[in-house]
Design a protein around this ligand. Structure first.
Ligand code: OAA
Ligand code: MG
Length: 648
C-alpha cells in the first residue's frame, strides 16, 4: 500500500492498473516513463490542454476543479482513477448536475450568496461551472458579471477565499517577470488587467477591483469558448485613493495612496514587456476599468506595439454603435441624420463618439462633418471651445463646439435638440423625467442609452425612459433592467453591455495570432452584432439579440475579424515572429505553423478550437506523436486481479 494525500492509502492494484495502462513502470525515472512524459508534454503543448487526467490519481482527481466531474464519473473511471468508494453510489449526468446547480442558486435570496455559490462551483468543477454559465447566460450573467460583480468587488475583502489570478504590486517593480512565472499555467493567451481605479461606475476600489478581470474572463470562456487555462486575470496594485478602503481593516490591497507619474508608468511598461517575455508577443492584454486619463494614455502608447485593447473605450464603443446600427432599422435614419449628445466625457463617451465618426466616415461623411454632429457635456456642462485649455485634453477637444457655455443638462437638451442621448456619466437619475419628456417632444422615436454600470449607476431606469416618452423611446442600458409593462405591453429593453463584444473580439484576435488590434476590428464587431439582431428583438424593445445567443454573436464577430486579419496580413505575426515565439517556448513550430495558412471555412476552423463544455472521458489515452491516438483500455475490477498483477 502506498501513502495517499488524503487519509492514507491507495490500493496497489489500482496503481498497478493505471501504470500498466499508461505504460509507466513503477520507477518514475525509467526510460519508458520519460518517453511517455515527453509525449504528454508535447501533446499538451499542441492541444493547449495542460492537465493529463491519467497522471492525477485518487482523491486529487476530485480535488482538481479541471478534472472533477462529481458524480458523473463512470464506474470504470472511478475504478481506474482510484476514486471508487470516495463518492456515493449514484451516477449523474451533467444535465442532472446542472439542474441541481439551478435549484441551489435559486435557494439563495441574496445576490452576493448566489455569486459565492458560483465562485465555489468554479473552484470545485470548472466544466460544470462553464456549462451552466454558457447555457443560462440570461440567468447567470447578472450574477458573475454586472451588476452583482460590482457588489462582489465592494465586498471583496470580506469574500476573498482563494487565488484566481495574479496580484502584481508596485513593490514588485524590477521583478514582475518573476511574479508572472508563479502563475502555474504556461499557455496563457489572454489577460484582463485592471488597476482598480475606476471599477464600473463605482470609482476607485483598489485591489478589490480584481473581481472585474475574473468576471470578464469567465465570459471569455462562457461566451466565446476560449479555454479557461489560457485566461489570466491580473490586478496591478499601485495603492488606492479610496479613503474608506485605506481605513478598512478588511481591505486586501496595498494600504497606501496610488503611485502615479513616472514610477507608475515605468511599472506598467515593465508589466507589458514581462507579459511578452513570459507568454509571447501575441498575448492579448485587455485593459479594464483604469482611470480615464490612464486608459487613454495607455491605449495610445501600446496599441501599435502590443496586442491590446481597452474594453471601456473600444468594447463599449462597439456595443453602442452596434445598437445604433440596429436602430436604423426602426427609425429609417442613417448615422448622418442624427445629432448625438453624450453626457459624460470619459472613456465610454469618447470611445463611442470616435467609433460613431468612423461609422459615418465609412458611409462617406468627412471626419470634420461627422465630429460636428456629436455634442458632449461633462460635469461642468456643454463642451465648448471657450473651455480652459486643460479641460479639453485628448479627444475631448474634437467635440467641443463654438457655443456659449451651458451648464444645466435640461437647458442643453432644449438648446441642442439631440436625436440620440447617451449617458456615460455614472450619475444615477441624471436623465430626469423633464429631460426624457423633452427628448420625446421633437423626436418621434427618441434614442436614449443609459450606459453607466452597475444598474444602480444608470442615468435613468428603463421604466422611467418608457413612461416619460409615451413608450416611444428606443432604449438601452449597460446593466440589466427587468421588463417594463407600458400600458399593458411588455417591453424587454436590451443590455448595451460590452459583453456582446469583448469575448468575440478576443476569440478572433487570439485565433489569428494578431499582434496588434486596429480600430477597424471594433467597427466589424459592431456590424456583426447589429446583423445578429432579429426583427422580433426590435419589436420586443431591444436593439440587441437575446443574451442567450451571445455565443453565436461572439463566433460571428470572430469570423468577421478572421476574414479581416487574413486580408490585412501585416497585423498577423510574421512567420519569423512565430518561429521565434515557438522556438523560445520549446514548441515544434512545424506542428503549429500548419494552422497558419488562411483557413477556407473560417467558422469551422474557429469552432474546432473552442472549449468543450461537456465532460470528456477521464480514461487514460496514449498516442504516438504527432497524431494522438486513443489507446485501448481494459477496465478490470480490482477484485479480479491475479496474484501476479497484484504484486507488480
Ligand atoms: O463591466 C461592465 O459591465 C461594462 C464595463 O466594462 C464597465 O462598466 O466598466
Ligand atoms: Mg469596464
Amino acid at each position: 500500500m502506498s501513502q495517499n494525500l488524503w487519509n492514507g492509502t491507495v490500493s496497489k492494484q489500482t496503481q498497478c492498473l493505471t501504470n500498466r495502462i499508461l505504460g509507466v513502470s513503477s520507477a518514475n525515472n525509467s526510460p519508458t516513463h520519460k518517453k511517455k512524459d515527453a509525449g504528454i508534454r508535447q501533446y499538451h503543448e499542441v492541444t493547449g490542454d495542460i492537465i493529463c487526467p491519467s497522471m492525477v490519481q485518487g482523491i486529487d482527481h476530485l480535488r482538481d476543479p479541471r478534472l472533477n466531474k462529481g458524480l458523473a464519473f463512470t464506474l470504470e473511471e472511478r475504478q481506474v482513477l482510484g476514486i471508487h468508494g470516495l463518492q456515493p453510489a449514484r451516477f449523474k449526468t451533467q444535465e442532472e448536475q446542472l439542474e441541481l446547480c439551478k435549484i441551489s442558486i435559486n435557494r439563495y435570496q441574496e445576490d452576493l450568496n448566489k455569486y459565492l455559490y458560483l465562485v465555489d462551483l468554479q473552484d470545485r468543477n470548472e466544466r460544470l461551472f462553464f456549462k451552466l454559465l454558457s447555457e443560462n447566460v440570461e440567468m447567470m450573467m447578472p450574477i458573475v458579471y454586472t451588476p452583482t460583480v460590482g457588489l462582489a468587488c465592494q465586498k471583496f475583502g470580506l469574500i476573498y477565499r482563494r487565488p484566481r489570478g495574479l496580484f502584481v504590486t508596485i513593490h514588485d517593480r524590477g521583478h514582475v517577470y518573476d511574479v508572472l512565472r508563479n502563475w502555474p499555467e504556461p499557455d496563457v493567451r489572454a489577460i484582463v488587467v485592471t488597476d482598480g481605479e475606476r471599477i464600473l461606475g463605482l470609482g476607485d476600489l483598489g485591489a478589490c477591483g480584481m473581481g472585474i478581470p475574473v468576471g470578464k474572463l469567465a465570459l471569455y470562456t462562457a461566451l466565446a469558448g476560449i479555454h479557461p487555462h489560457q485566461c489570466l486575470p491580473i490586478m496591478v496594485d499601485v495603492g488606492t485613493n479610496n479613503k474608506d478602503l485605506l481605513e478598512d481593516p478588511l481591505y486586501i490591497g496595498l494600504r497606501q495612496k496610488r503611485v502615479t507619474g513616472a514610477e507608475y508608468d515605468e511599472f506598467i511598461d515593465e508589466f507589458m514587456s514581462a507579459i511578452v517575455k513570459r507568454y509571447g508577443q501575441n498575448t492579448l492584454i485587455q485593459f479594464e476599468d483604469f482611470g480615464n486619463h490612464n486608459a487613454f494614455r495607455f491605449l495610445d502608447k501600446y496599441r501599435d506595439s502590443y496586442c491590446t485593447f481597452n474594453d471601456d473605450i473600444q468594447g463599449t464603443a462597439a456595443v453602442a454603435v452596434g445598437g445604433l446600427y440596429a436602430s436604423t432599422r426602426i427609425t429609417g435614419k442613417t448615422f448622418a441624420d442624427h445629432k448625438i449628445m453624450f453626457v459624460g466625457a470619459g472613456e465610454a463617451a469618447i470611445g463611442i463618439a470616435d467609433l460613431c465618426c468612423k461609422a459615418m466616415e465609412a458611409d462617406g461623411i468627412p471626419q470634420a462633418e461627422a465630429r460636428g454632429k456629436i455634442w458632449m457635456a461633462d460635469i461642468d456642462g456643454l463642451l465648448t471651445t471657450t473651455r480652459k485649455v486643460g479641460d479639453l485634453h485628448g479627444h475631448k477637444k474634437f467635440y467641443a463646439k463654438d457655443h456659449s457655455p451651458v451648464k444645466n443638462l435640461l437647458e442643453i437638451v432644449k438648446e441642442i435638440k439631440p436625436t440620440i442621448l447617451i449617458g456615460a456619466s455614472a450619475t444615477p437619475g441624471l436623465f430626469t423625467p423633464e429631460i426624457l419628456q423633452e427628448m420625446a417632444k421633437y423626436n418621434e422615436r427618441p434614442i436614449v442609452f443609459a450606459l453607466s454600470n452597475p444598474t444602480s449607476r444608470a442615468e435613468c431606469t428603463a421604466e422611467a425612459a418608457f413612461k416619460n416618452t409615451e413608450g416611444r423611446v428606443i432604449f438601452s442600458s449597460g446593466s440589466p433592467f427587468p421588463p417594463v409593462n407600458y400600458n399593458g405591453k411588455i417591453i424587454k429593453p436590451g443590455q448595451g453591455n460590452n459583453a456582446y463584444i469583448f469575448p468575440g473580439v478576443a476569440l478572433g484576435v487570439i485565433a489569428t495570432l494578431m499582434h496588434h488590434i486596429p480600430d477597424d476590428v471594433f467597427l466589424i464587431a459592431a456590424r456583426e452584432l447589429a446583423a445578429c439582431v432579429r426583427d422580433e428583438d426590435l419589436e420586443s424593445g431591444s436593439l440587441y439579440p437575446p443574451l442567450d445567443s451571445v455565443r453565436e454573436v461572439s463566433l460571428r464577430i470572430a469570423v468577421g475579424i478572421t476574414k479581416y486579419a487574413y486580408a490585412k496580413e501585416n497585423i498577423l505575426m510574421s512567420a519569423e515572429e512565430m518561429r521565434q515565439k515557438y522556438h523560445r517556448e520549446g514548441i515544434a513550430a512545424k506542428g503549429l505553423a500548419s494552422t497558419y495558412p488562411e483557413p477556407e471555412d473560417k467558422r469551422k476552423w474557429l469552432e474546432g478550437q473552442l472549449y468543450n463544455f461537456n465532460y470528456e472521458s477521464s480514461m487514460p489515452i496514449t498516442w504516438s506523436w504527432p497524431q494522438p491516438t486513443p489507446m485501448k483500455t481494459r477496465a478490470v475490477k480490482p477484485t479480479k486481479l491475479t496474484e501476479k498483477e497484484e504484486t507488480c
